[in-house]
Design a protein around this ligand. Structure first.
Ligand code: ATP
Ligand code: MG
Length: 328
């Protein structure tokens, strides 16, 4: 069975962007692939996190995975730091990664822009991400469009290792949705929606109460026209809202255009809010049940056991190939 690996950082409240760009595909893939879905806490600390918030968000993200429909009987759901081999392989990968490659990463440029002190971890992060993927010899990595560049580096590192030390790693393929791979911010359609954006009005959090969702969407920036038309180059704001509408309602972009022809933005935005609420309300109900039951800890322990069995063996094999003296 082919393998799938992906992760989400507990760096804030999960957004509709994370759901549409990544999590929905996790759920779709779990029936046909052996899946590993992690909460990547080691990635989250590449920018400063409050300890209590990090712990809470880690449990929240794990519970949202289950609430979104990931079945822990099928997929291993675990916390990255619980599987220690990730850090070990990450160091081995870091030594094979070139500074120039890391300097080209647009996420590093975006996240370090305007900051005085930039942690070395933020710079080296793509080598940890490569280790996360290669450690399971994943075939497919469901991610949003913003992670394409990191995945390209992972593929290069797999090839570099294989040509130096002999074939071992699988070269992973990205799995990116056709529509919704890059949901944009509600306050600025030139930036992607991000959970670590300091302005909560820029994103819909999966746990936002219905009234907050309605308010955020009614305030979402739009152009001064009144035509509900999908045209990302000229109407990026309304096109972004249409992608969200399409995902939540199951209607195609053409069907949405037809439905709102000649009606302006007001009614469209109101209906959009109801579509989003109709998807998130049941998800929130399941989330609350999972949090109350406390079962997430057992799910994470089981997931970490299943993941460690594979990850530990990979690190042993890799060290052997690289010439480490292994303990007898
Ligand atoms: P941060 O701002 O802390 O980086 P984030 O919202 O970018 O948070 P990540 O944990 O970095 O979330 O990414 C988790 C997954 O969600 C990745 O697969 C990423 O590609 C996807 N993703 C993130 N933002 C979006 C978006 N706006 N649209 C579609 N997919 C997204
Ligand atoms: Mg991100």
């Amino acid at each position: 069975m082919q393998r799938v690996l992906s992760g989400i950082q507990p760096s804030g409240q999960l957004t509709l962007g994370n759901y549409i760009g990544a999590m929905q595909n996790f759920v779709r893939l779990q029936d046909t692939y052996q899946c590993f879905f992690m909460i990547v806490d080691l990635h989250a600390i590449t920018v400063p996190q409050e300890p209590e918030a990090l712990r809470e968000q880690t449990e929240a993200v794990a519970s949202l995975f289950i609430a979104a429909g990931i079945d822990p009987a099928k997929a291993a759901v675990f916390v990255q730091s619980h599987v220690r081999s990730h850090v070990e392989l990450s160091w081995l990968m870091t030594t094979m990664t070139y500074m120039g490659e890391l300097e080209r990463m647009t996420q590093f440029k975006d996240k370090s822009a305007g900051k005085d002190s930039i942690g070395a971890g933020l710079f080296a992060y793509p080598a940890l991400m490569a280790a996360d993927i290669l450690i399971y010899n994943a075939d497919l990595v469901p991610v949003g469009d913003d992670q394409k560049q990191h995945l390209e580096l992972t593929r290069d590192l797999a090839g570099r290792f294989n040509s130096r030390f002999g074939d071992y790693f699988t070269t992973p393929e990205p799995y990116i949705p056709k529509v919704g791979a890059r949901i944009m911010s509600l306050d600025d359609a030139s930036k992607k929606m991000s959970k670590s954006n300091p302005n909560p009005g820029s994103y819909i959090a999966l746990l936002d109460p219905p009234d907050v969702i309605r308010k955020k969407l009614s305030r979402a920036v739009t152009d001064s026209g009144r035509e509900v038309k999908f045209n990302p180059a000229e109407k990026p704001e309304i096109s972004n809202l249409m992608s969200i509408y399409s995902h939540c309602s199951g209607l195609s972009l053409e069907e949405i255009e037809a439905r709102y022809e000649g009606q302006g933005y007001g009614g469209f935005k109101k209906d959009l809010a109801e579509q989003v609420v109709s998807v998130l309300e049941p998800l929130q109900a399941r989330y609350n049940e999972i949090r109350q039951s406390g079962e997430i800890h057992r799910i994470l322990a089981d997931g970490a056991d299943r993941a460690s069995a594979i990850a530990d063996k990979t690190v042993r094999d890799v060290k052997e190939k690289m010439g480490f003296l292994l303990p007898k």
